[in-house]
Ligand binder design. Structure first.
Ligand SMILES: [Zn+2]
Length: 375
């Protein structure tokens, strides 16, 4: 990660899906219209943090319907079926319908799309912030890295609204790895990055990792793979509140599939039995029950099997945990990426400030984006 670089996104139009110049004048709703309608008046105003480059740091306000970014028409069309399915899953979850594992897998593809879409979109909006060129766009990051999705009941069961946390600030600009989405009475925490779960889920992971600084961003190198072939929950060395549903998924490393050390490790029965049929790198969805890992077949239902019992806490408590998790991520990156120490230290400071505000109950500056009725 190089600091003080102006992103290509801040200078010219790029398709949010493929990263090329858009082939035609199309716009993608990063937060889809169906989701805006599901959570209130589609014409309502939307508050997306503050404008850091203007005197008085005014709130950044949009009509919810106008939060769109450049895209090729063909790219937009490619994702429309996923968008329609995601709508169905969210509606079912809100209606207390239990989803099978294959639908959680698909839903996590959608969360990848939204998370990366918000990332690219926010880089475009925040022209004043030094951000390196993105190393990937939506196409390159959907279903490519380990991921999890945690679902909670909102402590306000009658809440109608949409809000996002942790997806529009400098920490997210540099590490678009985790965010929180509140959709009416459900709270979703989604995270994805390389080797997030691999080692503790028993899959092959690299013992050596190093980073190379390049003009176009940081490149990660890995070597010396090993595997325990034994799941060791909890998969994260961090405790979020016990969720109502949790789905974890390891994604194998596509570029290493035929590698001389990685290849034989993934041929092991432990891995081969967990790879999804008709998928190149996806493995089965895993749920955790009483500290035991359960790898599900695509048609198995992801019941509320999680023990300890799910907790229902205020959004403020979730924000605090989210910022603490980001602190963990940043601290780990500080060790791994010595060349980027200066900017990571600054991000840790920024995150600490957000955490203090979350604890004090000040929401708007930590990326809390409440939806308010249009005037
Ligand atoms: Zn495109």
């Amino acid at each position: 990660m190089s600091d003080l670089v102006t992103s290509v996104l801040q200078m010219e139009k790029r398709c949010i899906f493929c990263g090329d110049k858009p082939t035609d004048k199309n716009r993608e709703h990063v937060i889809p219209r169906w989701l805006i309608s599901l959570t209130g008046d589609p014409r309502r105003d939307w508050y997306l943090g503050i404008q850091t480059n203007k005197p008085g740091r005014p709130e950044r306000r949009f009509s919810a319907d106008q939060f769109t970014f450049p895209a090729c028409e063909s790219c937009n069309t490619r994702y429309s079926a996923l968008e329609a399915r995601a709508k169905g899953y969210v509606e079912k979850l809100l209606a207390d319908v239990i989803l099978p594992a294959r639908e959680w897998d698909d839903l996590m593809d959608w969360f990848d799309k939204v998370r990366i879409g918000l990332w690219i979109g926010n880089i475009i909006l925040n022209k004043d912030w030094p951000i390196p060129n993105p190393g990937f766009y939506i196409d390159q990051r959907v279903a490519k890295k380990d991921r999890f999705l945690l679902v909670y009941e909102n402590a306000e069961p009658d809440y109608v609204g949409l809000n996002m946390t942790g997806a529009s600030d400098p920490v997210f600009f540099h590490f678009p790895s985790v965010f929180m989405l509140v959709i009416n009475r459900l709270v979703f925490i989604n995270a994805s990055y390389e080797f997030l779960l691999t080692a503790r889920m028993g899959f092959p992971y690299p013992k050596k990792m190093w980073f190379e600084e390049r003009v176009e961003g940081t490149r990660r190198h890995v070597d010396d793979f090993t595997a325990t072939y034994r799941p060791r929950p909890p998969f994260l060395r961090f405790s979020f509140y016990p969720p109502k549903f949790s789905a974890h998924q390891t994604i194998l490393i596509e570029s290493a599939l035929d590698g001389e050390d990685y290849g034989p490790l993934i041929a092991h029965e432990y891995v081969s039995r967990k790879r999804l049929p008709h998928e190149k790198i996806k493995t089965r969805i895993c749920a955790v029950d009483n500290d035991k890992a359960r790898f599900l077949d695509p048609d198995d239902l992801l019941e509320e099997i999680n023990q300890p019992k799910p907790m229902v806490v205020d959004l403020k408590q979730h924000y605090i945990r989210l910022f603490e998790f980001r602190n963990r991520l940043l601290t780990q990156s500080l060790e791994e990426q010595p060349a980027a120490r200066k900017i990571i230290r600054m991000l840790i400071g920024y995150n600490d400030g957000g955490l203090a505000q979350a604890k004090a109950g000040i929401g708007s500056n930590v990326g809390l984006q409440p939806t308010r009725p249009a005037k």
